[in-house]
Design a protein around this ligand. Structure first.
Ligand SMILES: Nc1ncnc2c1ncn2[C@@H]1O[C@H](COP(=O)(O)OP(=O)(O)OP(=O)(O)O)[C@@H](O)[C@H]1O
Ligand SMILES: [Mg+2]
Length: 252
């Protein structure tokens, strides 16, 4: 059985269909990029993988069971909007991410020292060591996003869910974060789901690129039908299929 199995999943809000007949099987360690038009249900799909919401119909199983509701060591998340703790300093945000598996989220003594050392190593990798003692509100959007990425990766989760994680970053930092994510993945064999509006990024990082789109459309009632996975591209060679270059606005 696959590591992540999505069988005939539908989602609707009120009488608006968002997703329909979503079926996909994912092996452990795969990097899945997700693209699709704004509003087609990509974040909704991630929320269902996180068990933050239940599908209207269908089943999602992860490692043979249903997913837990709270983030834990098994699962790291970077939301579309920044998701760091505002009342903790940059370093404390990373230490907090280490402590998911300890009772009451507190670390003491030796463990805290090790967590602090690991936090400092992570700060170095995400280029935030010079602002370790500042609070998130004093950082730029891109720096907060790097902190959120570092936080999600600190616990080396088995599944990492990334919702447009690099959107707020300048091109140079974005490339650094790509390298960092690929390195980390080599170290851990994480399974990654990453939503992106950048097709090139999707194909560069992903093993597969899933395209969400509406296969049917009622012009009189746009909420009638939902989106589904219309393409499942093998992206292991890193190249963008010629057909998509021609039609690159698929993720616009
Ligand atoms: N809790 C909710 N209640 C009602 N409607 C919702 C809810 N969450 C999302 N929607 C609607 O569902 C649709 C899909 O939203 P979603 O955020 O999943 O899209 P998306 O593909 O992530 O878009 P974007 O690329 O802009 O982030 C949108 O029309 C949105 O308004
Ligand atoms: Mg979204």
């Amino acid at each position: 059985m696959s590591f992540v199995s999505v069988s005939n999943v539908w989602q609707k809000y009120g009488n608006r269909s968002i997703l329909e007949r979503v079926n996909v099987e994912i092996d452990e360690g795969e990097f899945i990029s997700i693209v699709g038009a704004s509003g087609c249900g990509k974040s909704t799909f991630l929320r269902m993988l996180l068990a933050q919401e239940r599908p209207h119909k269908g089943e999602i199983s992860i490692d043979g069971g249903v997913t837990a509701k709270e983030p834990n060591r098994e699962r790291g998340v970077v939301f579309q909007k920044y998701s760091v703790f505002p009342h903790l300093s940059v370093r404390e945000n990373l230490i907090a991410a280490e402590s998911f598996d300890t009772a009451f989220g507190r670390l003491s003594g030796e463990k805290r020292k090790t967590a602090a050392e690991r936090a400092d190593a992570m700060l170095e990798r995400i280029g935030l060591n010079h602002v370790a003692d500042q609070y998130p509100a004093s950082l730029s959007g891109g720096m907060q996003q790097r902190l959120a990425i570092g936080q999600a990766m600190t616990a080396k989760p088995r599944i990492l869910l990334l919702d447009e994680p690099f959107g707020a970053l300048d091109p140079g930092t974005r490339l650094q974060m790509h390298d960092f994510l690929l390195e980390l993945r080599d170290e851990t064999n994480m399974t990654v789901f990453m939503v992106t509006h950048d097709l090139q990024e999707g194909f560069k990082l992903g093993d597969r690129v899933l395209v969400f789109d509406k296969p049917r459309w009622d012009p009189h009632d746009p909420g009638m039908y939902g989106a589904t996975i219309t393409y499942d591209f093998d992206a292991r060679d890193g190249g963008i299929p010629f057909q998509l270059k021609e039609d690159a606005d698929v993720s616009a």
